[in-house]
Design a binder for this molecule. Structure first.
Ligand code: IMP
Ligand code: MG
Length: 185
């Protein structure tokens, strides 16, 4: 049987929400804003895997500052729903005291992930702490949390691509789209 190519995977989308060009343009703008705000600092970036992999890789390469990268694996989703429970693999002996910290995730949904991780980093007394997400869903949050940098606001629907998955699949789409759920299995 012929293997599915990336463009074959795009056929599983109901529609494309944000195309590659628009993502690239917005990430350049976000990188410029962050570079200007953090001039003269070494930035500790805390990136939440796996969803933010592509966003972080593209954003960081456009930030013209010294960066230390910390990756954490955080998960709370099963299928298209949040389980309400967050699992995070905090490394032993991690400290953010007096550091300039930028916490990055792919998407802000219920707020559970960013609020818990942001509070944990805050408890280490960083000198400066901001959050950035590529997408923010327009919906009521289960937990209030601020993200100072937002790429795009989207409606409350399940999206995949550019790092975001449905049960582990579709992360490698170069665009962000809404899944045709009957073709997702
Ligand atoms: P929150 O904790 O509910 O705000 O959700 C954040 C996490 O849920 C993100 O880091 C994503 O991994 C995942 N997530 C939320 N919405 C979506 C979606 O529409 N598609 C894929 N993953 C999502
Ligand atoms: Mg995630």
């Amino acid at each position: 049987m012929k293997k599915k190519t990336v463009s074959g995977v795009i056929k599983d989308l109901q529609r494309i929400l944000i195309d590659e060009k628009a993502i690239e343009k917005r990430i350049r703008e976000m990188a410029a804003e962050i570079s200007a705000e953090c001039t003269g600092k070494v930035v500790t970036v805390v990136a939440l895997m796996d969803g933010s992999l592509f966003f972080v890789a593209d954003l960081l390469r456009r930030i013209d500052l010294p960066i230390k990268l910390v990756t954490l694996c955080a998960s709370s989703y099963h299928g298209t729903k949040s389980t309400g429970k967050l699992t995070v693999n905090w490394p032993a002996n991690i400290s953010f005291k007096d550091e300039t910290v930028l916490l990055l995730d792919d998407i802000l949904d219920t707020g559970l992930t960013l609020s818990e991780i942001r509070a944990h980093i805050e408890s280490h007394q960083p000198a400066w702490l901001r959050c950035g997400v590529l997408l923010s869903k327009r919906r009521e949050r289960a937990r209030e949390v601020t993200s100072e940098y937002i790429g795009f606001e989207i409606e409350d629907e399940f999206v995949v691509g550019y790092g975001m998955d449905y049960n582990g699949r579709f992360r490698n789409l170069p665009c962000i789209g809404v899944l045709q759920l009957d073709s997702a299995d």
